[in-house]
Write a protein that binds this ligand. Structure first.
Ligand code: C2O
Ligand code: CU
Length: 496
């Protein structure tokens, strides 16, 4: 059928190799768009909301045939959505009932280093037979649980949480370990943006399927895959031929002829999307990775790299019942050229107001070159380090080493980072820091506002003004092509 992307065009535009599905893929635009459940706190006191999530295996009806085994937060893909108020403390107890160690990273969160989901800061499964050493050097049984404490003091933004285990982030996220974590504040609440069921998070990711319905993925860990071994396919980044939104293949959403807010997240391992609304209005972008823009910007198409978020308003007013608007991916072909469809079912009241001026917070002021205290250069390329006879993906020719720190920015300062991509496109992501893009080669529009992730074309470069606030400690910067990241394209910096 026309939904299959053929393998020989799979590398078009993206860094990665396509693994064609062995299972029959469903018809597009049949399945209703699921919306991840908003997690309720298990308890609340004056300042803190307490949540609990169990990481476990589950089964998801994605194909029309066999169910797909997933590893999910609470057993679902995507996991439940957490909503935090700015200024409050959020404590999430994660219980690991998976057969592998995990690490939970809050992507975009400006949080303490020991809560950030450092790649070797692992939460092991509960295991009576093994233990960890406590501070006195005594062996203690692994409980399989830990509390992540998030003191959220950052503007309203669409954040997400996902697995970050060193060397295995790609396969563990591919299996389903990803969900939304939204931050809200009074500024955002006062804007009259679409709310409730008209504020819809969209987690977009591609997957391929084996004949038995399981996710198809090559990996170095035999418990994670049917085809172990580091192949060139795996090295480039894994591309699927089926596009899932909130875990459903090419779903359809019924909408009224009113304004909606969509929080678009590219949670794919290796695929960059160029989204456009066919037969529809332009996107009105209101927010970026780290929160609201100063004012809305109309964009006909948006390039969304892995890890990036685009917060948009789409105005369906003026459309009639039966009208269809299809979200397409201009970088895909066949099935991956389509994402999802909106079908207008009729009119309704719209209490939202058109987005105008969005923020006025001093912390959202533009960073200035004059504030720059240091300039650093980072080159993301393939080569400079090897393992198993393969050239690795590196940062400044170094393979990731948890003990090696390549930069020590000072707390509260602004630095200029010049980031260059070679041998493939690389989405650059920095933990803790928030940056503004002052120059970048390549298309996209993914350069506005405060960001934590920016796409770099193959051969491209970006100049970023980065600020480090709130916390000292060791964090990572890395490529958000998850296979590149797992094949060592990551480095430590330490805020001092
Ligand atoms: Cu979305 Cu370091 O990750
Ligand atoms: Cu990369």
């Amino acid at each position: 059928s026309g939904v299959r992307e053929s393998a020989n065009v799979s590398t078009q535009g993206s860094a990665g190799r396509l693994l064609p599905s062995e299972a029959t893929l469903p018809e597009p635009f049949v399945r209703a768009l699921p919306v991840p459940r908003v997690l309720a706190p298990v308890r609340t006191d004056g300042t803190t909301e307490y949540y609990e999530i169990t990481q476990k295996a589950g089964n998801s009806q994605i194909l029309d045939g066999p169910k797909t085994p997933v590893w999910g937060y609470d057993g679902t893909f995507p996991g439940p959505t957490i909503v935090s108020r700015r200024g409050a403390r959020t404590v999430v107890r994660h219980v690991n009932e998976l057969p592998v160690p995990v690490s939970v990273h809050l992507h975009g969160g400006r949080i303490a280093a020991d809560q950030d989901g450092y790649p070797t800061d692992l939460l092991h499964p509960a295991d009576a037979g093994q233990g960890d050493l406590d501070e006195q050097g005594e062996m203690v049984a692994r409980t399989g649980a830990r509390d992540y404490v998030y003191d959220i003091d950052q503007p309203a933004a669409t954040l997400w949480y996902h697995d970050h285990r060193m060397d295995f982030t790609g396969p563990q996220v591919y299996r389903g370990l990803a969900g939304f974590h939204l931050v809200t504040d009074d500024v955002e609440k006062g804007l009259g943006l679409p709310e409730g069921d008209r504020d819809v998070p969209l987690l977009i990711a591609d997957r391929s399927f084996a004949a038995d319905g399981s996710f198809l993925y090559p990996s170095t860990d035999p418990t994670l895959t049917r085809t172990p071994g580091v192949s060139e396919d795996y090295m480039s980044g894994v591309l699927g031929d089926c596009v899932l939104v909130n875990g459903a293949p090419w779903p359809v959403m019924e909408v009224r002829a009113v304004r909606y807010r969509f929080r678009i997240l590219n949670a794919a391992n290796a695929r960059r999307f160029r989204l456009r609304l066919q037969d529809g209005p332009a996107f009105v972008q209101i927010g970026s990775d780290q929160g609201l823009l100063p004012e809305p910007v109309e964009q006909v198409r948006i390039d969304v790299a892995q890890g990036e978020r685009f917060d948009v308003v789409v105005d369906f007013s003026g459309r009639r019942a039966g009208d269809e608007v299809t979200m397409v991916n201009e970088r895909g072909s066949g099935g991956t050229a389509q994402v999802m469809r909106f079908v207008v079912t009729g009119t309704a009241d719209d209490p939202s107001v058109p987005p105008a001026e969005l923020t006025g917070l001093p912390e959202l002021e533009t960073l200035r070159e004059a504030d720059v205290v240091a300039t650093r250069e980072f080159t993301f390329r393939r080569g400079g380090a090897q393992a198993h006879g393969l050239n690795l993906w590196t940062v400044n020719n170094l393979a990731f080493d948890p003990d090696h720190v390549i930069a020590r920015p000072r707390l509260g300062t602004v630095e200029k980072w010049i980031v260059t991509a070679q041998n493939a496109e690389h989405p650059f992501h920095v933990h803790l820091g928030a940056f503004q893009v002052v120059a970048r080669s390549g298309p996209g529009g993914g350069t506005r506002g405060w960001k934590d992730t920016v796409n770099l074309d193959n051969g491209g470069q970006a100049e970023l003004l980065v600020r480090f606030d709130g916390h000292r400690g060791k964090y990572v910067l890395h490529c958000h092509n998850l296979e590149h990241e797992d094949m060592m394209m990551m480095a430590n910096f330490e805020v001092v």
